[in-house]
Design a protein. Structure first.
Length: 560
């Protein structure tokens, strides 16, 4: 029984669409657990001071992960591992094991140093929460959470081999376990240990994220690897990784700056910002992350073997399907934002004011869904090609634009009554306090849109990507999405006339029916327009359930 389960979890999955759908399916499961997690947090604490502390506590550990732990990330490891694999499977495994040991030692020393400096760092990452009463809870929480980047970083290293073996099912289980640990912390540990219990739940989830991959990693056979070759390989990884790590750190710096600004606003602003951030991460993970992760190993292999045409075709195929899925998701999420937030988070201490603010922030965040997905694929295409400087430069520019936009928009929001009234009216929060936090979400979207525009230009310039098919697809998807959004809005209005939307059952009925009508209208319009991507998606899902064999690339994967 156990052996059969392990065999199923560790089996290889090939084919970009097949792998992407497996990743997307498990990403959906993981995000559903994340939504359960957020609902529990919202119900227990509401959008208030306690959750401000909880979310602020992640900023230092997450920055540590982005700046240090990801130096040995799977995206830098995979190209080097592919070269080792071509020479000797055993030496490749040996190199990865030495890399893991090096990581544990380095991260342990750095985390220990940060442990003692946490009280000083709190003043920088959350200036609005630096009073004595807040620090009593925040400092111990951050110290506990410093274990998280160590465990997640180790998991990331082991995941390089997991992805190289195309064990996407195993790769997808880890995030599920991470959220299980956090939920356990909310339900079982918080009542006994307070805010520290939430931190220990995060650490438990990170430990399971790592440990689930260890049996497969340990079962790999290794060979002796001479020290000079070992250190040379590590130097190659670091040379590839430093720009990529700085690019990842750029995203965390944006988030760090926005959360720091939110800490200076009204109580609960960090919670509203992070709830909306987590909600927009659901479609981003299912679409953008799934396709970029699924495409990366194949892109690395194509580039290493010099198959440029296949490399370009794989990027074009991934881009087409990212646009195909993300544009309708973006429009429907904006239309259904209030229903989504109320269904997912509307319990206990999470009141209607918090619902409306979070829904408005979600609408602004989700406008960058396609842009964020494009940036994820762009970065992985460059990492697969061993070119890490371009994503770094674009990431740093995005940080500057995001932070500058946040400052300018926040100032303008208070200085101009017209600007404030215009935005509050569009987002339907003109009678709600604390709306300045919406400027932080809007600034993030502005930075993402700029970064995605640059990404598309660089992909065309560097790899000669053809956007002829993409332009057609973008028009079809947007047209269908607008029709679907209008149909969903009409359904919301119609259902609202016959059900009590002030109840859980009523708002759920309204949201579900509106979503179904919107999806049917979107799909019908795509079929009417003769969209080929919807046929490809259906065929790939059908092959999956009929159990037909998958190969690395089908002819449809590289068609334009």
């Amino acid at each position: 029984m156990v052996g059969a389960l392990m065999s199923m979890v560790g089996r290889e999955i090939r084919g970009m669409h097949h792998a992407a759908y497996v990743l997307a399916g498990f990403a959906l499961g993981s995000q559903l657990l994340a939504l359960v997690r957020d609902r529990l947090l919202a119900a227990h604490f509401g959008a208030g001071h306690t959750l401000d502390l909880y979310y602020a506590g992640f900023r230092i550990p997450d920055l540590l992960f982005a700046t240090v732990a990801s130096l040995l990330s799977l995206y830098a490891l995979l190209p080097v591992l592919s070269k080792f694999e071509a020479e000797s499977q055993g030496q490749m495994v040996s190199f990865l094991r030495h890399t893991l040991l090096f990581f544990f030692v380095a991260m342990g020393v750095i985390s220990l140093v940060l442990f003692f400096f946490v009280p000083k760092l709190v003043l920088l990452v959350a200036p609005g929460l630096s009073d004595a009463a807040s620090r009593v809870d925040l400092v111990p929480l951050i110290r506990i959470l410093l274990l998280q980047p160590i465990l997640l970083g180790a998991s990331n290293i082991v995941a390089a081999l997991t992805q190289l073996r195309h064990r996407f099912l195993l790769y997808s289980i880890s995030p599920l376990l991470y959220n299980v640990g956090i939920i356990f912390g909310i339900v079982a540990l918080y009542p006994r240990f307070g805010l520290a219990g939430l931190g220990w739940g995060v650490v438990l989830g990170a430990a399971m994220h790592f440990l689930v991959q260890v049996p497969f990693f340990s079962a790999e056979k290794s060979e002796h690897l001479p020290a000079p070759i070992r250190w040379k390989g590590l130097a190659q990884v670091l040379a590839l990784s430093v720009p990529r790590t700085l690019a990842l750190a750029a995203g965390q710096l944006s988030l760090l700056a926005l959360v720091a600004l939110a800490s200076l606003l009204s109580p609960g602003s960090i919670a509203v910002f992070m709830f909306a951030w987590n909600l927009q991460a659901v479609p981003l993970t299912i679409i953008g992350v799934s396709y970029s992760v699924a495409a990366f190993p194949t892109l690395a292999r194509f580039h290493a073997s010099g198959e440029r045409e296949a490399f370009v075709g794989h990027i074009e195929a991934a881009l087409r399907h990212i646009f195909f899925w993300s544009i309708p998701a973006m429009v429907l999420a904006v239309v259904l934002r209030a229903q989504l937030v109320r269904i997912i988070l509307g319990a206990g201490a999470f009141d209607w004011v918090a619902t409306r603010l979070t829904a408005a922030a979600l609408a602004l965040f989700v406008l960058s869904l396609t842009a964020q997905s494009v940036v994820l694929l762009f970065a992985r295409a460059y990492y697969a090609a061993g070119k890490t400087k371009t994503p770094l430069v674009m990431g740093m520019v995005s940080v500057i634009v995001t932070v500058a936009s946040a400052l300018i928009l926040s100032f303008g929001f208070h200085a101009s009554q017209f600007w404030r009234f215009f935005l509050e009216s569009i987002l339907r929060v003109s009678d709600v306090g604390g709306t300045t936090v919406l400027m932080l979400a809007l600034s993030f979207t502005i930075g993402s849109l700029l970064q995605a525009t640059g990404a598309l230009l660089y992909l065309k310039k560097e790899f000669h990507i053809s956007y002829a098919g993409l332009s057609r697809l973008a028009f079809q998807s947007f047209s269908a999405a607008v029709l679907g959004g209008a149909a969903a809005y009409g359904a919301l209005a119609a259902v609202g006339l016959v059900v009590d939307i002030n109840t859980v059952a009523g708002i759920t009925t309204q949201g579900v029916l509106g979503g179904i009508v919107g999806l049917l209208a979107t799909g019908g319009m795509l079929l009417a327009l003769g969209n080929p991507e919807i046929a490809e998606a259906y065929a790939s899902i059908k092959r999956r359930f009929e159990g037909e064999p998958q190969v690395a690339l089908e002819p449809t994967d590289v068609s334009s």
